[in-house]
Design a protein around this ligand. Sequence first.
Ligand SMILES: NC(=O)C1=CN([C@@H]2O[C@H](COP(=O)(O)OP(=O)(O)OC[C@H]3O[C@@H](n4cnc5c(N)ncnc54)[C@H](OP(=O)(O)O)[C@@H]3O)[C@@H](O)[C@H]2O)[C@@H](O)CC1
Ligand SMILES: Nc1ncnc2c1ncn2[C@@H]1O[C@H](COP(=O)(O)OP(=O)(O)O)[C@@H](O)[C@H]1O
Ligand SMILES: [K+]
Length: 479
Amino acid sequence: MGGVIQAHTVEQVRAAEAELMARVPAGTLMQRAAYGLAYAVVDFLAGAYGRRVVLLVGSGDNGGDALYAGAVLARRGAYVEAWLLSDSAHKGGVAALRGAGGRVRRTEPTGRRAPTDGSTGSNPRFDVVVDGIVGIGGRPGLREEAAAALDRLAGVPLVAVDTPSGVDVDTGETPEPHAVADVTVTFGTHKVAHLVDPAAGAAGVVQLVDIGLDLPPADVEALQAEDVAALLPRPHPDAQKYTRGVVGVRAGSATYPGAGLLSVSGAACGLAGMVRYVGDQDVHDLVHEQHPEVVGAGRVQAWVVGSGSADGAEGTLREALADDVPLVVDADALAYVDLAHGRPVVLTPHAGELATMLGCERVEVEDRPLHHARTAAERYDAVVLLKGRRSLVAAPDGRVRVNRTGTPWLATAGAGDVLGGVIGALLAGGLTPYDAASAGAWLHGAAATLAAQDGPIVAGDVARALPAVAGTLHTSPPG
Ligand SMILES: NC(=O)C1=CN([C@@H]2O[C@H](COP(=O)(O)OP(=O)(O)OC[C@H]3O[C@@H](n4cnc5c(N)ncnc54)[C@H](OP(=O)(O)O)[C@@H]3O)[C@@H](O)[C@H]2O)[C@@H](O)CC1
Ligand SMILES: Nc1ncnc2c1ncn2[C@@H]1O[C@H](COP(=O)(O)OP(=O)(O)O)[C@@H](O)[C@H]1O
Ligand SMILES: [K+]
């Protein structure tokens, strides 16, 4: 597994690259990158001999990587054709490809016509496109010629060199047309665009090639299973239920009783010592039918507030704030988030809720999730978990964790209520808001994936799968 995945900025990568280049012979890094790329393409094609490869080559070193990798593939028996998108492609790379028997052509400068004869839109001629148009030196978007070449090759599987060309590498935004990859082979470290949507969705499967860069800690990262395992609270040998932490749920209402039940079911994942429910009597009865161990009002170490609270959201938030404990603020309670200012809080909006909080449109949040999650974390001085395909957990100091577990089946009503409950249990267990939100999102996504192995899921299935996921992380108590 290898521990937390870090995503560095272009500036950090450039600095590390300069430092390393000063110590190794010229061209070493590009050779390391090119070999890693070539072998990833061989893996992708399950071989090289007889495969037909087209390289899209821009003017920079990204194109150089593609050309040298093309030379490796050509030497292993692939038919390799490079389409140069500019007059100034990497000279050493062009020579290497030619020397290995590859073909090199300049695209029509208008971009209207690709340099092949007789190929049609579906391009049966090629097994893979290697996108070496631009990497970390690119501006977002594609020049007309590059876009036309990609159009021409639509339908052919695409392996991107370092990044899918055209995405904004440091923000994960995709304001302009861009390549969409099946696989992205990146070098030295992940970049933000590999983790953060919408760009991450265009990167496909990301493979990292180690080229020996020495990098500082990154602000953007993704926890792996072992990182989550290290964070999870474990009962001490002489634990009792109160020392493990009590999580209280103030959610659900006569209008939305299920939200209370689902929040409790997330909180009752077994990671806290006890769960309390405080709220509507009918919801309380419903909760009791399914979770007889849940008790009523009393002292807690964390509150979960707001899912399905409807008109009662403000009141329940005020009541929860009367206790000086960390809390999860979700759904209806997000409208009153200012009441919680200065307290240890995890806010759990989806894109629509975050848009309302920040006074913008939902689509703006979806287009720039990293920017908006960070803005909200700073504005509310709180940890903000922006829910979505790749949920983001932003801290007020600018750090962000990206959640990579989950399945599209998780887009199901009530899934967010379960998530709030899990995070509450972790807060009660003593995790910081940042750790509780990121570990909670990881467990929640992994539970959905586990539950979805048996078919489509509803929110309750996610809650029921949580203990099994925690079990896979070796959460047995010490001793
Ligand atoms: N860092 C490392 O450790 C290592 C890095 N390596 C590799 O180097 C890559 C970075 O190479 P790089 O710096 O030469 O920049 P790169 O991304 O090829 O393109 C920049 C050029 O493209 C152009 N251009 C810009 N925007 C554009 C657009 N939207 N659409 C079209 N064209 C556009 C612009 O040229 P212009 O035509 O404007 O003069 C600009 O000069 C990196 O991603 C990795 O693959 C590895 O080899 C080894 C280790
Ligand atoms: N396409 C997707 N892939 C993976 N997870 C998703 C996707 N869409 C939504 N989710 C997750 O599903 C949950 C939905 O929560 P939420 O939007 O609050 O729904 P609800 O209000 O119905 O509970 C969140 O944890 C979110 O991260
Ligand atoms: K690229």
